[in-house]
Design a protein around this ligand. Structure first.
Ligand code: SF4
Ligand code: SF4
Length: 203
């Protein structure tokens, strides 16, 4: 009932939350996911280039801001940014927490994941996976199935069955190698200094 009522709350504003400015990637600024944005105001709230912020910052709306979660689920309180991500024709729920283990210690995040996993995969990760491509993450699927992915290996858990282990095929490993190469490039660019938006002149 509470969720049905909150879905009607279309007038949400980010308020004191700025979690996506820390957790998400912004290619226009060479900002890696998990790294604080150079334009975050002191204290981490607000954007010092609000009127000139990149297009992705203008258009981004997490699931809470879109009215898809309870009023009390604002991301800075949940400790995670939750959104629906389209990857080609595939759609998944993405839960990206600021701290490792935040999902495991949050009954509310677990409840959100349970609600969505019957209709789409739920990917659970944290900002630690930015610089470590082998950092483990979880994918929850319908019927209680769960994949734990670490590097090129996946442990598949199904209720009442022994854990099955899989390794990516040669082709998949080659594709992963390309993706890792692109990630290393982004990391190198980011380390050589983030791009900045020119701040508006003081009035
Ligand atoms: S995570 Fe959501 S609520 Fe928080 S600043 Fe980003 S869009 Fe706004
Ligand atoms: S430019 Fe502004 S809105 Fe965009 S990530 Fe940085 S602080 Fe956030």
């Amino acid at each position: 009932m509470e969720e049905a009522k909150d879905r009607l709350s279309v007038d949400r504003v980010c308020g004191e939350c700025s979690l996506c400015c820390r957790v998400l990637r912004v290619d226009e600024l060479d900002k890696l996911g998990g790294v604080p944005c150079v334009h975050q105001d002191v204290g981490g709230q607000g954007c010092s280039v609000h009127t000139q912020r990149p297009g992705i910052c203008r258009s981004y709306r997490c699931l809470w801001l879109s009215g898809g979660l309870r009023e009390s689920d604002r991301p800075d309180r949940l400790g995670a940014v939750v959104d629906v991500v389209a990857d080609g024709s595939l759609v998944r729920l993405e839960i990206r927490s600021l701290l490792p283990g935040a999902f495991e210690s949050s009954p509310r995040l677990a409840a959100i994941a349970e609600k969505y996993r019957s209709s789409m995969p739920v990917r659970i990760t944290d900002v630690e996976d930015v610089l470590n491509p082998d950092h483990a993450y979880r994918v929850l699927l319908p019927g209680g199935e769960e994949h734990r992915i670490e590097g090129d290996r996946t442990a598949i858990q199904r209720p009442g069955q022994p854990v099955e282990y899989r390794r990516l095929s040669v082709f998949e490993r080659a594709f992963r190698g390309v993706l890792l190469g692109l990630r290393r490039l982004r990391i190198r660019r980011s380390r050589s200094g983030p791009r900045r938006v020119e701040a508006p002149p003081p009035r």
